[in-house]
Design a protein. Structure first.
Length: 266
């Protein structure tokens, strides 16, 4: 494994990559799909439980994995996390040869508020508001898939208030922009979504409304709802302190979905 560190966005937030080692018996196996992980934390902090445990699992499957420490608190306004996620995808594509990343198979994965970062990029990658402040390089910032884990989606009736306040800077125009279920279009990225019905922090309606919007726009998606489980389950195992056998199924379901979308097997 090779670890690389770089910075993205105007705030120069860290983007840390865990890259597969080069193999001499390789051929195409040296060129890997990538996943950019956005941990949760209500746009107030970035959860440790939703970064390395997740990254190391997908690294073990043969993916190159990146962790984006997007801007939080006051720095989360002014579209900064969206810009940083855009810049991260572009940087991976621009370094696809030295980092041995497949430029056509890059997923963004987010948990809770990090799910809002990931969904924002999946939905708003070509939005005029973003293009007015950031050079998307003709769509080079668009990920090829999104994985949204108990994501914050809405800033409306079912919003997570703290996340909505931080990301919008309490500006009504930005609050409307980041009400993502209202922004879905035919260019939205195919998505894997999972949530628990009993999530007391981010209501399940966030994922339900997103799925309905994706269906209306004929965007491919897969939605999994689990009947019970607290918010912030991460990998649903002892390592992250939230063992949940039923919800842990999301890991295998997501792996299958990503592998199929990226036509990836070792």
């Amino acid at each position: 494994m090779k670890i690389i560190q770089t910075a993205v966005g105007k705030n120069q937030v860290p983007l840390t990559g865990y890259l597969q080692s080069f193999t001499q018996d390789g051929g195409i196996r040296n060129i890997r799909p990538s996943i950019v992980i956005c941990p949760g934390g209500a746009y107030r902090f970035r959860s440790e439980r939703e970064r390395d445990p997740v990254a190391l699992y997908f690294l073990s499957l043969g993916y190159n994995v990146f962790i984006l420490d997007y801007s939080v608190r006051d720095e989360a306004s002014n579209l900064n996390p969206l810009i940083e996620a855009s810049d991260a995808i572009i940087k991976i594509r621009e370094h696809s040869v030295p980092w041995m990343c497949d430029p056509y198979h890059i997923a963004i994965m987010g948990f809770s508020a990090g799910g809002h970062v990931a969904a924002s990029l999946a939905i708003l990658h070509d939005h005029p508001r973003l293009k007015a402040v950031f050079d998307t390089k003709d769509g080079l910032n668009r990920p090829d898939a999104a994985v949204l884990c108990y994501p914050v989606i809405s800033t409306g009736e079912f919003c997570h208030q703290e996340s909505a306040d931080w990301v919008s800077g309490k500006l009504e125009a930005d609050r409307a922009l980041f009400c993502l279920e209202n922004q879905v279009s035919s260019t939205t990225v195919p998505s894997f979504i999972w949530h628990t019905v009993t999530d007391a922090s981010v209501p399940v309606e966030n994922s339900l409304q997103l799925a309905s919007a994706l269906q209306r726009q004929n965007v491919p998606f897969e939605l999994h709802l689990f009947s019970e489980g607290v918010h912030g389950l991460s990998m649903c195992n002892q390592e992250v302190g939230t063992p949940n056998t039923a919800c842990q199924q999301w890991v295998g379901l997501c792996t299958t979905w990503l592998n199929n979308r990226f036509d990836f097997t070792l």
